[in-house]
Design a protein around this ligand. Structure first.
Ligand code: NAP
Length: 312
């Protein structure tokens, strides 16, 4: 167990976590931010962010997140890389398990975000990294002049279809309904793009391939049950996200989809433990709302610590 007692441990280094860290370190609370992989979260795999205020014309996701990190460094935010596997509440002190060490803290802010959901079909696991991908921004450039498919109908699928159209010879947008969920501005761009062909009312039943990777997808039309083979060498899955809160399932109240339940001020079911960003159940998951959450969680945590000092 570590000797150091932190005021705040933040779990996760996306926009919510970095914002919380900025606020708590600026408030001179002894803060540690634990990130499993690289700081920046899902935004690191986003090409252009067009709806975060202050950047007319948009900004690349990684560039935005590097600014967040630099801003945190100005206030001396301490960060480590490690995987949090558990959290134990001892009242005024909490223990956070990070790999093989136990970190002591008085408050915790959970900002673990969400990860891409899986289709759960045959071939999906087998071909991940060999034609199968959950990140067009990361892998799209490997698919030059070949046909690919993107699965989903939300903002992510729409943005990724547009990104893939820069490289691929053809982009099939396979959606299970006959209208997109994506925002109107993205839909307009999709329908104006000659390389993108929507495939309506279809679900993927299987990713088929050989030693070289994906060669086709087996589709089923949900209206008439007709089967169809789509000859593509890339399958990009963009069907939404799953919150990364499973390691907290026995400790915190989650909703049926695994999102952490909080009050409007980001308080969870444990006193002194807060949740912010995409891992929290809320109506809108955007960078702007993650930032707002991070700020609220930090300020409410600060008030909680202040009350602890004064009540003993
Ligand atoms: P999403 O909005 O939940 O959309 C998921 C899409 O995948 C839906 O079209 C859904 O179909 C489909 N889908 C879900 N499960 C499926 C399955 N098993 N098989 C086939 N299709 C399936 O997810 P998202 O696009 O990742 O966006 C997540 C959040 O981030 C949203 O709030 C979104 O607005 C936000 N976001 C914003 C931006 C931006 O503002 N620029 C960019 C990316 C994401 P149905 O439509 O039939 O449900």
């Amino acid at each position: 167990m570590s000797e150091t007692l932190y005021d705040v441990v933040i779990i996760g280094g996306g926009p919510a976590g970095l914002t919380a860290g900025l606020y708590t370190s600026r408030a001179k609370l002894k803060t540690l931010l634990v990130e499993r992989m690289i700081l920046g979260g899902q935004v690191m795999t986003t090409t252009k962010v067009e709806n975060y205020p202050g950047f007319p014309g948009g900004i690349d996701g990684p560039d935005l997140m590097i600014r967040f990190q630099e801003h945190c460094q100005e206030f001396g935010l301490e960060t480590i890389t490690g995987e949090v596997t558990g959290l134990v509440d001892h009242g005024k002190e909490k223990l956070v398990s990070v790999d093989d060490q136990e970190i002591r803290t008085r408050a915790v802010i959970i900002t673990t975000g969400a990860e891409p959901s899986k289709l759960g079909i045959p071939g999906e696991v087998e071909f991940t990294g060999r034609g199968g991908s959950y990140c067009a921004t990361c892998d799209g450039a490997f698919f030059r002049d070949v046909p690919v498919a993107i699965i989903g109908g939300g903002d992510t699928a729409a943005e990724e279809a547009l990104f893939l159209s820069r490289f691929a010879s053809k982009v099939y947008l396979v959606h299970r309904r006959d209208e997109l969920r994506a925002t109107k501005v993205l839909q307009d761009r999709i329908f104006a793009n000659d390389k993108i062909e929507p495939v309506w009312n279809c679900v993927v039943e299987e990713a088929v391939g050989d030693n070289s990777g994906v060669t086709s997808l087996r589709l089923r039309n949900r209206q008439d049950d007709a089967r169809q083979t789509l000859e593509v060498v890339g399958m990009f899955v963009a069907i939404g996200v799953t919150p990364k809160a499973h390691f907290l399932a026995k400790i915190l109240e989650l909703d049926k989809d695994g999102y952490i339940l909080t009050d409007a001020d980001c308080r969870t079911s444990i006193t002194g433990v807060f949740a912010a960003g995409d891992v929290r159940k809320k109506i809108l998951k955007q960078i702007a709302t993650a930032v707002g959450d991070g700020a609220i969680a930090a300020i409410v945590a600060e008030k909680y610590l202040d009350d602890l000092e004064h009540t003993g």
